[in-house]
Design a protein around this ligand. Sequence first.
Ligand SMILES: NC(=O)c1ccc[n+]([C@@H]2O[C@H](COP(=O)([O-])OP(=O)(O)OC[C@H]3O[C@@H](n4cnc5c(N)ncnc54)[C@H](O)[C@@H]3O)[C@@H](O)[C@H]2O)c1
Length: 337
Amino acid sequence: MTRVIVVGCGHWGPLHVRAFETLPGAEVAAAVDSDPARLSRLKALHPGLRTGTDFARMLKAVKADAAVIATPSATHYRLVRVALEHGLHVLCEKPLCLTSSEALELGALARRKKRVLMTGHVFLFNAGIVKLKELIDSGELGGIHYLSFTRTNLGPIRSDVNVAYDLAAHDVSIANWLLDAEPRRVSATGGVFLQDRIHDVLFATLTYPEDRLVHIQASWLNPKKVRQLTVVGAKKMVSWDDLELNSPLAVYDRGAQVTPEYSSYGEFLRVSMWDADVRLPKVRTQEPLKVQNEAFLEAVRTGKASRSGPGFSAEVVAVLEAINESLAKDGEPVELS
Ligand SMILES: NC(=O)c1ccc[n+]([C@@H]2O[C@H](COP(=O)([O-])OP(=O)(O)OC[C@H]3O[C@@H](n4cnc5c(N)ncnc54)[C@H](O)[C@@H]3O)[C@@H](O)[C@H]2O)c1
């Protein structure tokens, strides 16, 4: 039985409490939030749950094997450190922390303590994205030319991090996982409208090896909730819409190619296009958070590296850092080593 302490019971933490309570092999040992009002709300739903306002004190009071950190992103580094140093396995909400040096330090600490450290990059456990990865890896789409993400909504508006760390973190994790690579260069512009120096909207272009391009539009200041991705391959194209619950993926047998033609006047290039069937692959809908948390429990049981372990998480943080640097330089490209 893995006994879990959930730290941070605002919007997202209670979903972890619910997920772990329904998963076999797990038990919620306690929930912690520095705001007692949040705990009262949680207690109304889970009357028997032990709660407290201080994580360090709770660590002394209950026996636990693991911690979920679901507090604001700027607090992750400190709380993950406390949990690992106490000998707990950790599932931290995205992003793992704010800088690459912090991410590398946490990864090294987890290794030293022989503990699982996983980041809640929940879209890597989204059935539509998993199916999309299968389609890309099977070669059906051909070589990937580009990915284009749109992630917008009105709120939640953060004050500890900007829209890159909050929303684009999802898209960077999806892109790195789907392409099995990290970008070499990023360029990003954005807008600051509501709070001092915190970007509300972002337009980023990431260049991956083999000149594959990724574009991310992310905003928490937009009237419409959109969670979409278009993948353009040399043979086929795919659209993903997370809000289309029944068929989030559409595979388009559409494309264009340029072929050289020879005639008495010499060589010229001919562009041909095709536009055939559209297929809606069957995607078995499962709650991604539950699948992710099950993977975390499996990693705790087996010690086997998970999909979003410390190395992967640190790469995501490095890209977010580079996006931030480019934002500060008004779109100047930033190279990643
Ligand atoms: N994976 C996803 O799709 C997803 C969705 C939403 C949020 N998140 C992530 O979850 C985290 C929390 O987001 P949220 O929307 O729940 O935020 P929130 O502001 O609603 O909740 C955060 C809670 O943490 C508490 N808190 C702050 N510092 C604390 C501390 N030191 N100890 C204990 N409690 C503390 C606050 O009182 C608050 O109740 C963020 O990192 C966010 O990026 C992930």
